[in-house]
Write a protein that binds this ligand. Structure first.
Ligand SMILES: Cc1ncc(COP(=O)(O)O)c(C=O)c1O
Length: 491
């Protein structure tokens, strides 16, 4: 394929041609290019956009068996990301992770995963019926954040579970921290296992030597990236990239088909095509600008008394091998604030919305969509917040509690997540659940790290830790009773 092809957007071009031809559409979607849509919505979206809301047909290719413009668009993505095959995914990296896990592991198969796995990984394990072997990431107690997993931790798990089908890694974490991926890939491959990477936060890594190494360049077998999170595609649009060898590609295709609709949204798909073209043509420049802007923001924040934004100085700490500076984490503990409080202040007093907050931190994503204007507004708002909201608050008790019970040891897995979920269950008071087997996921969100998974025995430590996080005002996601007064357990 010629590199000049990267300037093209074959999928969008085919869609535009279809619309331009003035075809009378006797096909889905039912709104018929907006004409049948209620005017309140039709006006907002606009007829030109709605005309592109198309359906599978010969000239627009087949999403699940592509051979025309969709295949061409995916092949261009594969070329750009140095993959053997790339696939568009329209239900986020969540869908990509489901498909990757379903490809690697079936019922009863073991898969090694870090405990700070996003809930979509737990979802994939439930769907596949696989048994997770959890490994602990390193933890920075000062920041209250999980870092990467160390190669030694991975190797120990492999030696204990040589029958595992693969190792799943996160590159980088939500907070931009990357582990020594290349070393881990080499050692996992030495045991002839597959390396699967959740690269939700890394579709831009490829475009700067100043960022952590991208999964495929490190030799990983397969990865899923949220093109929508960091670069220019629309929400829900992700890609899966893979290398041949350890990945059964026909099976991967079948699994992607299993977890996705038969009616793909063409506008979303076109946004992937265009995002790829944008990165191919201007990616390096755009990402360099974002890095520079983020570094400026970080430097300015670190001049504000009471605030701290970690950066490359942490490289070399356990689980911290390299760093993506476009993720700007601000620790607000020095102001006597919790992350959730700072999030609310910024939203309601300064009209600034963070990506997420946790116990002590707020996270800002600086992307190719930001300019100096937004960066300055952010720094000004933080400076003002620090001046107005600096209060005496002793976190030592909470700190002590966190150091002792933060990121508690993973609960013991007793049965597979799938068996727990689909077995007989009953509901009990959460405080009385110690010793019972959990039948749902308990995650504090963001950042979406499950504390309890189906099939795990609930410990006193976990119950206490959940209560601690609730008191810190973090939101629970996963359990039916989101106040966690009760929990579903295996009967
Ligand atoms: C680490 C990680 N993996 C996977 C996902 C799922 O990605 P998506 O929202 O694209 O489905 C997220 C979402 O926040 C995430 O943070």
């Amino acid at each position: 394929m010629q590199w000049t092809k990267q300037l093209e957007t074959p999928l969008l071009a085919a869609m535009m041609k279809y619309v331009k031809d003035g075809v009378i559409p006797f096909h889905t979607p039912g709104h018929k290019q907006g004409k049948g849509m209620h005017p309140s919505l039709e006006k907002i979206i606009g007829r030109d956009t709605l005309a592109l809301d198309l359906a599978l047909m010969e000239e627009l290719d087949d999403f699940h068996e592509p051979h025309g413009c969709i295949k061409e668009a995916q092949d261009l993505a594969a070329e750009l990301y140095h993959a053997d095959h790339s696939f568009f995914v329209l239900n986020g990296t969540t869908g990509g992770i489901y498909a990757m896990i379903l490809t690697i592991a079936g019922p009863g198969d073991k898969i090694i995963v870090p405990r700070n796995a996003h809930r979509s990984i737990i979802g994939g394990i439930i769907l596949s019926g696989a048994t997770p072997v959890f490994i602990q990431p390193e933890v920075d107690y000062e920041l209250g954040l999980a870092m990467g997993v160390r190669p030694e931790t991975v190797e120990a798990a492999i030696k204990q579970h040589p029958d595992a089908k693969g190792v799943l890694l996160i590159n980088p974490t939500y907070y931009g921290v990357a582990t020594d991926l290349k070393r881990i890939v080499d050692l996992v491959h030495a045991y002839d296992m597959a390396v699967i990477v959740d690269e939700a936060h890394g579709p831009h890594l490829k475009f700067s030597g100043r960022l952590p190494i991208p999964a495929l360049d490190a030799g990983a077998d397969i990865c899923a990236q949220s093109t929508h999170k960091i670069i220019g595609a629309m929400t829900q649009c992700s890609m899966v990239h893979c290398r041949e060898g350890r990945i059964n590609v026909p099976r991967l295709k079948a699994m992607l088909q299993l977890v996705q609709s038969t009616s793909p949204n063409y506008i979303l798909m076109a946004s992937l095509d265009v995002a790829r073209m944008q990165m191919a043509t201007e990616g390096s420049e755009l990402i360099e600008k974002a890095i520079q802007l983020a570094n400026w923001v970080r430097t300015e924040i670190n001049k504000i008394p009471g605030l701290f934004s970690f950066g490359e100085e942490k490289i070399g700490q356990p689980g911290f091998y390299s760093f993506d500076p476009t993720k700007v984490t601000v620790t607000v503990k020095g102001l006597g604030l919790r992350g959730a409080e700072a999030e609310r202040i910024l939203r309601h007093e300064y009209k600034i919305q963070v990506e997420l907050s946790d116990m002590y931190n707020i996270l800002f994503l600086i992307t190719l969509g930001d300019t100096e204007v937004e960066a300055r507004a952010l720094v000004e708002a933080l400076r003002d917040m620090a001046a107005k909201h600096n209060r005496e608050c002793d976190f030592s008790e909470l700190d002590n509690a966190c150091t002792c019970i933060s990121h508690p040891a993973p609960p013991q897995g007793v049965i597979s997540p799938r068996d727990a979920l689909f077995g007989n269950t009953c509901t009990v008071a959460f405080d009385d659940s110690v010793g019972l087997i959990c039948a749902e996921i308990v995650t504090f969100y963001p950042p979406g790290i499950p504390l309890l998974c189906p099939g795990e025995r609930i410990s006193r430590e976990i119950v206490d830790y959940c209560r601690q996080l609730q008191r810190a005002d973090l939101h629970i996601s996963g359990p039916e009773d989101y106040l966690l007064k009760t929990i579903k357990v295996v009967d």
